[in-house]
Design a binder for this molecule. Structure first.
Ligand SMILES: Cc1cc2nc3c(=O)[nH]c(=O)nc-3n(C[C@H](O)[C@H](O)[C@H](O)COP(=O)(O)OP(=O)(O)OC[C@H]3O[C@@H](n4cnc5c(N)ncnc54)[C@H](O)[C@@H]3O)c2cc1C
Length: 385
């Protein structure tokens, strides 16, 4: 993939080559900068395991208005972004502009969906309450016990593995250079970034460093401490084989936890997720985790019990104290943050890449990103080092 000995300094070093790093590097290169991505380990990336829901609406909560705005801004970019990535790479970008159906398994869930629908209407989002029968018309594979539902037309999905492969290829064709390895720390002189030091001791000089290494962002030396933690998620991939698969993304609450089923366009994969575990970098797929996901999936879509279990995996969502991203300056001149995307990193890829590239090239942070700077935690007493 790469040739570290010949890689010299650059205008910008991007730390981490997941979806966020790959998209940002590509945009920076399009802006005319010489860009090196230090990729880390691709198989460990959240971008590899994620379900790929693009769900600004069904992922939102009542208190996260500025995050809802950022999520929506990214979704608004998605169709053009996916088309551009696909054209630049000659690969499919995996976007599926098909609605999401949130279903209620009991009367309490139904009441919660009703309150949520009212909130969404007040914030200008179009949703449709559905009866049990209407839910089944939209998704015939649903369990007969489903009580009611909420159809959210603007919540789509994207096969994150296809998108990521296309982004890497688009970046390579545009001239983004790659180093397979890890950054140990950021170097600076008088609070101005001068480059990075790799884990093998070599240095890469650069005036700008973009931190896009997801859950590992807090581990680098030479930078202010970042409040980023890994939030473990176990997730499954099922293969329907010759059986019919769901046509929509279906979400539900079961026994207090959330379950979702995300079908791919090919019909060969249904992603079932995901556990949410505050266990640090625990890499174990557990019997209990798999059992609960399969049990809950079956309760919503009984036919899933007949599908082949084709993959079990673990990833780490980059969480922050408010589980919203860290964007903009990182406390040193030339250090830019693009991390902390928690459950929404696939969705937030287009807007993060645009905002970050503009910040590096102009020093201006787009208004939609301003609520997500590092200093919000310093102000709240969760100070950086
Ligand atoms: C189970 C699960 C399901 C999810 N589902 C969804 C979903 O449906 N929709 C959605 O929008 N989001 C979802 N997410 C969240 C999404 O996957 C993440 O927010 C997003 O992938 C983060 O991308 P990233 O590029 O910042 O980080 P990552 O994809 O984690 O990539 C970071 C990369 O940096 C590398 N790295 C680490 N340290 C260094 C270093 N020192 N030097 C160089 N490289 C380094 C790592 O090896 C890794 O390859 C899900 C996450 C999980 C875990």
């Amino acid at each position: 993939m790469t040739s570290p000995p010949s890689v010299t300094g650059a205008d910008v070093v991007v730390v981490g080559g997941g979806l966020i790093g790959s998209a940002t590097a590509w945009r920076l290169r399009q802006a005319g900068l010489d860009v090196v991505v230090v990729t880390g380990e691709r198989a460990a990336a959240a971008s590899h395991v994620a379900a790929g829901m693009l769900a600004p609406v069904t992922e939102t909560t009542f208190t996260e208005q500025s995050l809802l705005r950022l999520n929506q801004a990214s979704l608004d970019l998605y169709a053009d972004f996916a088309a551009e990535v696909s054209a630049a790479s000659d690969r499919p970008a995996g976007l599926r502009q098909v609605s999401t159906l949130s279903v209620a398994l009991d009367a309490d869930d139904g009441a919660k969906l009703g309150v949520f629908a009212e909130f969404l209407t007040r914030t200008g989002h179009h949703t449709q309450r559905l009866t049990s029968r209407e839910c089944k018309q939209h998704e015939p594979l649903l369990a007969p016990s489903i009580r009611s539902g909420l159809l959210v037309e603007q919540d789509w999905s994207c096969d994150n593995r296809l998108l990521w492969a296309a982004l890497i290829e688009a970046g390579r064709r545009a001239g983004v250079r790659e180093v397979a390895g890890f950054v140990h720390g950021v170097r600076s002189r008088a609070d101005q970034v001068t480059g990075v030091e790799l884990a093998d001791g070599t240095t890469l000089p650069a005036d700008h460093v973009v931190l896009a290494n997801g859950s590992w962002a807090g581990q680098l030396t030479g930078i202010p401490a970042l409040p980023v933690r890994p939030v473990k998620g176990q997730i499954l991939r099922l293969d329907p084989g010759r059986l019919p698969g769901p046509s929509l993304t279906v979400r539900a609450f079961s026994r207090g936890s959330e379950i979702y089923l995300v079908p791919r366009e090919s019909g060969r994969e249904v992603v079932v997720g995901a556990t949410v575990e505050e266990l640090g970098f625990d890499h174990r797929v557990t019997a209990g985790g798999v059992y609960e996901l399969l049990r809950d999936a079956r309760q919503v879509l009984p036919m899933t019990a007949e599908y082949a279990l084709s993959e079990t995996s673990v990833g780490w969502r980059p969480g922050t104290p408010d589980n919203a991203p860290l964007l903009g300056g990182g406390g040193l001149t030339g250090l830019t943050l693009a991390t902390g995307h928690y459950r929404n990193g696939v969705l937030l890829t287009p807007v993060t890449a645009d905002v970050t590239a503009r910040f590096v090239t102009t020093g201006e942070l787009d208004e939609v990103a301003r609520p997500f700077t590092l200093d919000r935690f310093a102000a709240a007493g969760q100070a950086v080092r």
